[in-house]
Design a protein around this ligand. Structure first.
Ligand code: NAD
Length: 426
């Protein structure tokens, strides 16, 4: 395997899909030999649906939005992956996010294929009623793909429990019965699972804890910097703090903050809820975006969007471990720089897999109509994450591979084995 990047990846303007294809190229020489003829499967989404989503605005005018749902690979089970509402959503981004779900679901061995969806929209510009109409119309437009044994969406950037409740209701009304298992990340009162809200952040922490143990970094007193104060970032920050770490820096869309003694996360959450962002919080110093990446810390958690750690900032990152809470936060060029500088990168396909793992628990609970305690859920989550992390760490050590390539070895071998066993129809 060579470390040189293909020419189309040497610039910073890397699309998420190109980033994913590069990861597949890197893993190819390390896959089980009999599976290599099937590798093209990973380079092609199984199906991609582009939909027009027209809604009536509160003003009476009609607005059109473009939406997507991609099934990347269904060899191991029904499609599973979230739905994102963001002004920069594109088909190729959704393809990449669906592909990472294929690998992630195989890494933690939940019985799903990889899917993802999204709408190119700035939801902050819509009223609540408009957002509901958008969600319901999108659900109907992608209805041909949905179902608890076909494709099960979940929340992602700018979508939440309420959006999942609307999706579940829309699907159910059209079925003529209540089908809770068609989406996960639902409110508790609608068949949601205890522990789901924190699950992705908790999984980030479990991976960090397992890496820290092997690298001899104590969690107690460790300095943590987090980008993104949403579902993933806020939960990860809080769980690190609960275990004695200090969250010294945070960044979101509104700005960045620093406090060497550790931020007061409860006060910050209250400020964020009132102000709609972390900027302006009185209990910390403001930082520029550039300064945020330079903050000395043991753990850096990118938990916002793709392509945040780039050639421009990777050289200045002063963290021992990067734990990818977000999907695709590191460009291929930045990944190489971090590797050369000896920074351990725990890749997204394991680091943020806690969310889909508890989504799987939610789906199992909905189907069986039998609900588990939070302690049971957190215990099972811990066991699955630790087992998956151990497997990846062992492959990385045995074959002298970066953790990302090792995770792809584990995940891709499982996907391609299922693909090969099923064979080609007809
Ligand atoms: P969210 O909408 O709840 O929060 C996103 C946060 O990122 C917000 O604080 C926002 O201000 C910040 N942000 C967005 N763009 C930014 C930018 N350019 N610079 C700095 N901050 C920025 O989203 P989320 O659900 O927490 O998802 C975050 C990431 O984690 C995404 O990559 C998502 O795909 C991934 N992920 C989420 C889950 C989940 O369970 N929600 C599971 C696995 C992976």
């Amino acid at each position: 395997m060579t470390d040189a990047l293909p020419s189309y990846l040497s610039c910073e303007n890397v699309g998420a899909w190109e980033n994913y294809l590069d990861q597949v190229e890197r893993v190819a020489p390390h896959l089980d030999k009999p599976l290599i003829p099937w590798i093209e499967t990973l380079r092609r989404p199984k199906r991609s649906l582009i939909v027009d989503v027209p809604i009536r605005l509160d003003s009476g005018a009609v607005a059109h939005f473009e939406g997507y749902r991609v099934h990347h690979n269904l060899s191991r089970g029904p499609g599973k992956g979230s739905v994102r509402f963001h002004p920069e959503v594109t088909l190729s981004e959704v393809m990449a996010l669906a592909a990472w779900m294929t690998i992630k679901n195989a890494v933690v061995q939940v019985p799903y294929g990889g899917a993802k969806g999204g709408i190119r929209v700035d939801p902050k510009k819509l009223s609540r009623a408009e957002l509901e109409r958008l969600t319901r119309r999108y659900t109907m437009e992608i209805n041909v793909l949905l179902g608890p044994d076909r494709d099960i969406p979940a929340p992602d950037v700018n979508t939440n429990e309420q959006v999942m409740a609307w999706m579940m209701d829309t699907y159910s009304m059209n079925q003529g019965r209540t089908v809770t298992g068609v989406v996960t990340g639902k409110p508790l009162s609608l068949g949601g699972s205890l522990g789901r809200r924190d699950a992705t952040g908790r999984g980030v922490f479990i991976c960090a804890r397992e890496a820290a143990r092997r690298l001899g970094i104590p969690i107690e007193g460790a300095r943590v910097a987090v980008q993104g104060f949403g579902n993933v970032g806020a939960a990860a920050a809080r769980i690190f703090a609960e275990h004695g770490a200090k969250v010294v820096a945070l960044q979101d869309e509104s700005g960045a903050l620093h406090r060497e003694a550790g931020l007061d996360l409860a006060a910050l959450a209250a400020h964020d809820a009132a102000a709609g962002g972390i900027a302006g919080f009185a209990g910390a110093a403001a930082l520029s975006a550039e300064e945020f990446w330079r903050v000395p810390c043991e753990f850096l958690i990118p938990a916002a969007v793709e392509n945040q750690i780039t050639e421009a900032n990777a050289g200045a990152i002063a963290a021992k471990v990067v734990v990818e809470g977000a999907n695709g936060p590191t460009t291929p060029a930045a990944d190489r720089i971090l590797r050369e500088r000896g920074v351990t990168v725990i890749p997204d396909v394991i680091a943020n897999a806690g969310g889909v793992t508890v989504s799987y628990f939610e789906w199992v609970q909905d189907i069986s109509s039998f609900f588990w305690s939070e302690a049971e859920i957190n215990q099972r989550l811990d066991r699955i994450m630790v087992e998956a992390f151990n497997g990846i760490w062992e492959v990385a050590q045995a074959r002298r591979l970066p953790l990302r390539t090792a995770a792809f070895v584990v995940g891709c071998n499982r996907v391609l084995e299922a693909r090969a066993l099923r064979g080609l129809y007809p």
